[in-house]
Design a protein around this ligand. Structure first.
Ligand SMILES: Cc1cc2nc3c(=O)[nH]c(=O)nc-3n(C[C@H](O)[C@H](O)[C@H](O)COP(=O)(O)OP(=O)(O)OC[C@H]3O[C@@H](n4cnc5c(N)ncnc54)[C@H](O)[C@@H]3O)c2cc1C
Length: 484
């Protein structure tokens, strides 16, 4: 049956959904659906036709089977903190999973937990901490984003430099395929048998089905942690300190950079962390591991920062100061969002050695287009997040932001980099896919998607450009003034 867009009044679909999840958990009125028009990138606004919020695993399965029976497309959604427009549903069913919040088991001995997809990332770590364990991938949105959303985006975070991204911390998934079948990918031992379908699913951005039960690896809390704040007179000096630190072979748990515009925004907000407001850039460097020897590594890293021209390096005195330094970093997007109506955030990755050159080019592009580019990013991974605050109701401004961002992405690709490190392709990065992949490679991606969802009903129109796959539904071109 070819997929079709649902009309809430048509065929009594909304009524059937209400019978499964209850009256209050199905939304059809435009005013109610408005809350689900955007994700973390407010420049995009697309409205679903129906939003449905199952509260249990069985309800979720019943909803997906009903949609399969009727050939209706749907978009899974966790907390909606995504930064690529991935959870947006245009005229199709939005399937919210944030009510599935059960921690099914925590097996401290084997360092595993099984959780439902709506569990919030930071909640899992909070509960695991009673056993001296934590869930390592820590997106800056971790107090809101869900484990299901993390799986779908293969999320990263500051501490993924040492510990690896989501893919390295999921050992098994129960997946609800778009046709309603349930499959198990991976196993509790974390060993791979046959094709690595678990690896294929992680990062599939809601296009391969729904992550239902997620078995995660838990990591033992480190014996010792040191957090350093290094203050630099130029972005280039900070970037060369990053290369120097990595070149020693020391792998910091985290190595994050913030430029002056970001520091100013954070310090003017309720997340003020005591960052030096006259610094051109700061590095937050965290070292962790065995207590023996950690202070030698701290001294070595501090020396490397000095050699690169740091004006000062200080170590957080206690856990409270450490938490404050991290809060400023993790809430930086929020602090920037406060000072302009819209914020566009990019997510390019460049080889670490190219950081100084690419950062200089980004600055030049911003100046050329008269936009203020702020940088806050995972420097140790070369994962840049240039972002620009703007007012989308001003079409001239919106066009300037769009042109600047397109040039920034082209510069990152030309430097041997790529278009997403952790936020996914979603809608936002679709226009860059052709620049990165050949037609046969895009075709292979479509063929893989066909295995999980031959009708392309799950998250239609995302990740792979429509001309590469035969989509039922074309992606709308950008609306002038609404998105950069
Ligand atoms: C302030 C801020 C900071 C951020 N920092 C980081 C960071 O450091 N690192 C990082 O990686 N990301 C970061 N993000 C982006 C975002 O938080 C992550 O992509 C996160 O993984 C999204 O989770 P979510 O629950 O909000 O998913 P949503 O935004 O709801 O959905 C994201 C995608 O996942 C799909 N999806 C959701 N749940 C499921 C499921 N159960 N099964 C299948 N598909 C599903 C959706 O269809 C969509 O394609 C940040 C976002 C914000 C707003």
């Amino acid at each position: 049956m070819p997929p079709r867009a649902p009309d809430p009044d048509d065929d009594g679909l909304a009524e059937r959904l209400r019978q499964i999840v209850g009256d209050r958990r199905v939304l059809v009125r435009p005013g109610e659906l408005r809350a689900y028009e955007s994700d973390g990138l407010p420049g995009y606004q697309l409205r679903p036709s129906i939003a449905v919020f199952p509260g249990t695993r069985d309800e979720t399965i019943a909803v997906v089977r009903l949609l399969a029976e009727r050939g209706v497309p749907f978009v899974p959604r966790g907390a909606g903190t995504g930064l690529s427009g991935g959870a947006l549903a245009e005229g199709v069913v939005l399937l919210g999973l944030h009510r599935l919040t059960r921690i099914i088991t925590i097996d401290a001995e084997n360092q595993r937990a099984v959780v439902e997809p709506g569990v919030v990332n930071a909640t899992l770590t909070r509960l695991a901490s009673a056993h001296g364990l934590h869930y390592a991938p820590d997106p800056s949105s971790q107090t809101a984003c869900t484990i299901g959303g993390n799986v779908a985006e293969n999320a990263g975070g500051p501490h993924c430099l040492k510990y690896g991204v989501t893919l390295d911390h999921i050992v098994a998934l129960t997946v609800l395929l778009p046709n309603g079948a349930i499959v198990t990918l991976g196993n509790d031992d974390g060993e791979q048998e046959g094709y690595d379908l678990l690896g294929a699913f992680i990062g599939s951005e809601g296009c391969f089905g729904i992550a239902l039960d997620v078995t995660v690896r838990l990591v033992r809390d480190p014996q010792a942690v040191r957090t350093l704040l290094a203050d630099f007179p130029s972005v280039m000096a900070a970037a060369s300190a990053v290369s120097a630190i990595i070149a020693t072979g020391i792998v910091p748990a985290a190595l994050e950079m913030m430029d002056n515009a970001t520091i100013q925004a954070v310090e003017a907000s309720i997340y003020a962390a005591g960052y030096p407001t006259d610094a051109a850039a700061i590095l937050l460097i965290e070292l962790d591991g065995a207590a023996a020897g950690i202070d030698d590594d701290v001294a070595r890293v501090a020396r490397l920062c000095d050699d690169a021209g740091a004006r000062g390096v200080r170590t957080a005195a206690d856990a409270a100061e450490r938490a404050r330094l991290w809060q400023g970093r993790k809430k930086a997007f929020g602090a920037m969002g406060r000072i302009s109506p819209h914020l566009v955030v990019q997510d390019a990755v460049v080889p670490r050695t190219r950081l100084p050159a690419v950062l200089a080019e980004i600055q030049a592009i911003g100046e050329r287009h008269h936009v203020n580019v702020c940088n806050v990013f995972h420097a140790g991974d070369g994962n840049l997040h240039p972002n620009i605050g703007y007012d989308s109701s001003d079409p001239v401004q919106a066009q300037r932001v769009h042109d600047a961002m397109s040039e920034i992405m082209a510069a990152c690709i030309a430097a041997g980099g790529t278009i997403t490190g952790e936020h996914g392709v979603g809608l936002d990065k679709l226009p860059y896919m052709d620049a990165l992949f050949t037609a046969p490679t895009l075709h292979a991606m479509c063929a893989l998607r066909d295995v999980f969802d031959p009708d392309h009903r799950a998250n239609p129109g995302k990740v792979v450009p429509v001309h590469s796959c035969r989509e039922w539904h074309s992606v709308r071109p950008p609306v002038a003034g609404r998105r950069p």
